[in-house]
Design a protein around this ligand. Sequence first.
Ligand code: ZN
Ligand code: ZN
Length: 340
Amino acid sequence: MLNKRPNTLILIGLTASLGLSSCGGGSSSNNTTNDNNTTDSETQTIDSAASICNGQNNFENIPSAYVTALTKYTTTNSQYLVNVCTQDINSDGSADFIVVESTNLPEHESVYYETGHQHQEDFDFETNIHKFSPVYDGSQTAHSAGSNMIEEQAIIMKMPIAPASATIKTATTFATIGIALNGVSFFNENAAPGDNITDELFTFDQCSGHPQNTGIYHYHVDPVCLIRDLGGSIIDQANTEGDSVYTWIEDSGNNAGLLMGFLMDGFPVYGPVGSSETDCNSAAVPSIDSYNGHSHCTGDFSTAIYHYHLKTANIGGTDSSVFWITNQFYYGEPGEVSTN
Ligand SMILES: [Zn+2]
Ligand SMILES: [Zn+2]
């Protein structure tokens, strides 16, 4: 008896949602970020008066070597806004910054999306004890990141138009230090003072990200769902404990050639250091320096460019298999990031 009514309701709900152009998802907030570019006559833009791109991609003044890589910002997240343009701050006719603007909303599932959101998906945090077992020492508890939930942002990242090695290296901060190709913030390998990243790992969602207290969703480590969505290679993992089976996806170790985004200093971030990275001509590559990077040509840059790789570190034990995005410092001079 109880079955009939819910079925009817589901059908009504389905009809109603089919009536929407794309992804209503029950979200009551700003639909400008959800609509499909091709059918929307009004311009999508981030919710900030400081917007530089104003809802447009403009590659006119982007250095040609960067076009292939930066174009991936405009194609990776088809649901939420990510724009690329340039800024000429002194109006001398030449661009000073490459600008990436983002609403910082992931295209993939997360337990940290509000109930009813199209990408909300439950997650058993106990899974993290298995997923991050090399770091687990029995002291951590697997739980959600308090009441923090994913919220739409207006992130403006400015990268130097001609990135170069900095003479004096600048330390990364406990905030957005770069933007992944899907528009999600990169954070460094530390938690904000007072917290330990080796505890925070256990608050990560199924895609290895979590939101901080103003709802900025971010990655500190290997973003497995982004790797999957970029066409990288992932593997399924499972552990059985008693009657429970925990499953997750993991990087296969073969994604060193996969572009993942940029840090604020204008240098690209590539996938985790693998066993057999080669350059764009299949030649051997230099070893990785203390900033987690090195120079060689890649599939996105036909001449050698400095780039970071996600890399393990002596955090949570020397055998840790956790791949972090940074190692303390920017290699180049960082530009600026504003978040609202
Ligand atoms: Zn964090
Ligand atoms: Zn490399």
